[in-house]
Design a protein around this ligand. Sequence first.
Ligand code: MN
Length: 386
Amino acid sequence: MNDLRQFATPRQAEYLAAVEQHGSALKAAKVLGVDSSTISHSIAGLKKRAAKMGYAPDHDMTRTVPDGYSVKGISTYYNAEGKAAGQWVKSSVDRERMEEIMREGFAAMAEDVPRQAPIPAPNLTHDNLANVYTFTDSHVGMLAWHKENLDANGDWDLNIAERVLSGCFEYMVDAAPSAKVGIVAQLGDFLHSDGMKAITPMSGHLLEQDGRFPKVVRVAIRILRKIVNHALTKHEKVVVLLAEGNHDLASSVWLRAMFQALYENEPRLEVIDSELPYYAYQHGDTMIAWHHGHLSKLHSLPMLFAAQFPKLWGDTTRRYVHTGHLHHNEEKEHSGMTVIQHSTLAARDAYASRGGWLSDRNCKVITYHDTLGEVARNTVRPEMVA
Ligand SMILES: [Mn+2]
């Protein structure tokens, strides 16, 4: 069936059939009880979409392209009699539609992920406490060379990332109090690049990447599984945040879908299920919130969280929001909420070194009491596990 109907929504198909049956949009509109302009706008929209896919028979365009692609250009050459004698159809990827297909794909893929078997719970934990293990801007897949950042420990590649990230995380877990709740706060930019092209997804900047993207994905998943499983041995309840960062807009989507599926049979684990990159968790009278830092400035976070989570805000008396993105430490107590910007464990790539952005490398576990707020803190540095 090579006509407009193949591109139509059910509603548009109904309009097309009615126009065909009754002879005009005006007559069809009367029968269907809608305005005739509704029908003509709808059919005009349909023709536009069909043309984008390569179908506009009035213009000799009848060669369509697959879903997820759009027609970039068609050139037809006509013979002396004015008849179409040949045609080039050039297609390109339809970004919006590709993203939609990708999201559908992630959801479908997650259905087949083998489920992690439940891990036995620890015996004794402190009911009032929640540990927040923050690691942000890990940039797994980034390549840094000590000759370019003048840091003796300044190399960063897939192997080093795996060793440092899982090592520091285990160090944090073992050093922290036996809290009932453990929150694994992966605060975004966990993956350095977001697809087969080593560029940032938002602005297209070229990235220094170690290895092929499928390899980066495997290492990223392996690190996170190891970390989450280790947290499950220490805490009665484990909450996992897989935040969106500006380097992993799409990858954070499949990470959340995947980890929800992977731990579906683990009743002690909860993945924070939000596609809005502002996240919050209530621990008694303490509100713990997160935002990678790519969309809002630090000083505007308290008001924004109050507006986005009014009930949680009103229910709590101690409030903390954690961010990353800028790779250095900064902490300030605002009215009603303390804003904590975290450092990163990753080394500096040539881009950051040449730009002069120097920062200390560490990760922190902060322990929150349900009524008293912050009561303990541990800092772990890459050298401690090297
Ligand atoms: Mn970032």
